[in-house]
Write a protein that binds this ligand. Sequence first.
Ligand SMILES: Nc1ncnc2c1ncn2[C@@H]1O[C@H](COP(=O)(O)OP(=O)(O)OP(=O)(O)O)[C@@H](O)[C@H]1O
Length: 310
Amino acid sequence: MLEVRNLAKCYSNGVQALKGIDLKISTGMFGLLGPNGAGKSSLMRTLATLQPADKGEIYFSGNNILQQPQLLRPVLGYLPQDFGVYPGMSAFALLEHFALLKRLSDKKSRRRQIETLLELTNLTRVRDKAVSGFSGGMRQRFGIAQALLGSPKLLILDEPTAGLDPEERNRFHNLLSDLSENTVVILSTHIVEDINNLCPDMAILAQGQIIARGAPGELSAKLNGQLWHSLIEKKQLKACQTQHRVISHRLVAGQVEVRVLAETCPQAGFNPVQGELEDAYFTLLAQHGQQTPGQAQSQDLATFTPMEAK
Ligand SMILES: Nc1ncnc2c1ncn2[C@@H]1O[C@H](COP(=O)(O)OP(=O)(O)OP(=O)(O)O)[C@@H](O)[C@H]1O
């Protein structure tokens, strides 16, 4: 339903944010994962027809939407990373304002829809309060409600769970999975877990290019047989990084769990481990010259002797 062909975008300061993006996305949840500055928001804004591209084409349901943005806008829902609100306007009044902009002209059904969305985003209690006084999480939920106005066919969500507490995040995930049955939902984030839990299809973006595409399980399965882990002391980390391809490391009960990429067991004390999406993500970023958590240096130069992995 959505097709992006050779999309390129260079800003006036010379930053080439998108370098020839090709993507075909059908109904359902599609995850876009990438580090800071990868070009995710640039792609989202261009898809939402808020900025022109230098090159390439975007088709939605067969319409060329860079040439005819008016064909997309009535069926588009967009949650940007940051959005402003009119000071003093209540959640209900502001949603009504946006609904009118989306040409929801029938007053009764418009108000019914707003009430449903306030309920779905848990904002009914504060419907008459000014959005400008909302907490970060409440504001984000308001943003989600406005994006869902008019039952969009293309829903573009840039970092939608930023600032949501675990309960609200969970509520939002359930809402999304219900919606995505007949909508193209593009979810941009750097939270790997969100994509893993929600998206049957995804792409990884780095330095303005798609570096991987597929189901999360397919991407992580590529690491099977090549991923090893061990628990080591903190002071051994730097030596381990020097000797092995460390994909990531994290503290576990005061020790460091290291994950290493190697064709065969890198050293006694390492055990094979099944690849997860996060491992695939860090591996791909490292292969494309990006800094990954596995390369973050420890200060200690002690010799590396891994302990028995649990
Ligand atoms: N309006 C702009 N003018 C100039 N440069 C920009 C503009 N917007 C983005 N950039 C640059 O384009 C590149 C891609 O930025 P973009 O915001 O699209 O990345 P992102 O993947 O969304 O990052 P983040 O996860 O940090 O939000 C960055 O180098 C950024 O500095």
